[in-house]
Design a protein around this ligand. Structure first.
Ligand code: ATP
Length: 356
């Protein structure tokens, strides 16, 4: 991948607290990258260092090989949208969008024409003359997006821009932002702690934990091939079951809970006989039944709780001390009851291993 934006060896400390510890990242031109991670993991700090609102203690930020260090935020040609819209209350939508062009010396008539075109792109053609207080939250966020894009930034940074919106509007805006980003081809970094948002919008997800990048990859890779326990646990739901490698060449792991469990050796971390590992099986890749199912690997569990979501249900139980979570279709759940003993089953291709 040719690198457009490059973060090299970024460290950020506040007193003796290390907020970022050697963050390295390459982003390709036009890529939509999402920073995902729990609260306090360093996502916003990284974004603020790229934007120039924070200074890294060590390390560099480059766009196309040119260092941004020493440049003030307004000189970086970066568009930013925050969760709180931060529109100027006494300017109309059109004037809000014109503002960054005005700062760049663009004449009013020409600037307002561009602002108008950008408002159209974000679906606000009839709203140019309205003041922020006359716009809904979603509309204000569209104005903020138009204002961040109107000057053709090298980079678009979005810090939880949909956090204040309700669920439906949020989903609608996710689709809109993605459509606009594709159309303009602008390199984008999006910060969220909402993993469905990250999964649905990104070309690549960068998972942060405790000031480090845990894993970076396309959404489905992150989901299906987490490389650490943290990522397996944080992204989606997982069963993380302890075991040790019985035969690394043939893909066999022994686990007190699962018994002899086979896995496909392709795409797994490198392991040797005797290594302690966690076997990961996603709840939606397991099935529940009264009796063992032929052609699948089976083990027994007791059902503790059934959480019904209508179209599907999460069945939470235990096998010995090990909690087991299985997602079943709504129709299948009627034969299951809390307190029942039953079989859970899986296939070899649903098994992957994490070692760290
Ligand atoms: P959230 O999802 O809650 O926004 P985040 O992943 O964006 O979290 P950051 O805001 O980057 O996390 O914060 C990373 C860590 O740095 C946190 O532990 C935070 O308390 C700490 N931190 C951030 N700014 C400062 C500051 N000015 N002084 C001291 N510590 C700070």
């Amino acid at each position: 991948m040719s690198s457009y934006l490059r973060l090299s060896g970024i460290n950020k400390t506040y007193g003796d607290f290390v907020a970022l510890d050697n963050v390295n990242l390459d982003v390709a031109k036009g890529e939509f990258v999402t920073f995902l991670g729990p609260s306090g993991s360093g996502k916003t700090t990284t974004l603020m260092i790229i934007a120039g609102f924070e200074q890294a203690t060590r390390g560099s930020v480059e766009i196309e090989g040119v260092s941004l260090s020493g440049l003030d935020p307004q000189d970086r040609n970066i568009g930013i949208v925050f969760q709180n819209y931060a529109l100027f209350p006494h300017k109309t939508a059109a004037d809000n969008v014109y503002f960054p062009l005005q700062m760049r010396g663009v004449k009013r008539a020409e600037g307002l024409k561009k602002a108008q075109a950008m408002l159209e792109l974000v679906g606000l053609e009839g709203f140019a003359h309205r003041y922020p207080k006359e716009l809904s939250g979603g509309q204000q966020q569209r104005v903020a997006l138009a204002r961040a894009l109107v000057f053709e930034p090298d980079l678009l940074l979005l810090d939880e821009p949909l956090g204040a919106l309700d669920k439906n509007l949020r989903e609608q805006m996710q689709i809109e932002i993605k459509r606009i980003q594709r159309k303009l081809g602008v390199t984008t970094i999006f910060v969220t702690h909402d993993q469905t948002e990250a999964m649905s919008m990104s070309d690549r997800i960068v998972v942060f934990s405790k000031g480090n990048i845990e894993q970076s990859g396309p959404p489905l890779d992150i989901y299906h091939r987490p490389t650490t326990r943290f990522v397996a646990d944080f992204i989606g739901e997982s069963n993380l079951i302890p075991g040790h490698i019985a035969n690394a060449a043939e893909g066999v792991v022994e686990s007190p809970v699962l018994g002899t469990c086979r896995y496909l050796t392709n795409g797994q971390p490198s392991v040797s006989n005797g290594d302690e590992v966690a076997v990961v099986i996603r709840p939606e890749h397991m099935k529940l039944s009264r009796n063992p199912i032929e052609g699948r690997s089976n083990a027994r569990m007791t059902i503790d709780t059934i959480v019904n979501y209508g179209d599907n249900a999460l069945v939470i139980g235990h096998a010995g001390e090990q909690p087991i979570r299985v997602r079943v279709l709504g129709a299948d759940v009627v034969i299951l009851h809390e307190g029942d003993e039953c079989c859970f089953s899986w296939t070899d291709d649903a098994v992957f291993l994490v070692t760290s």
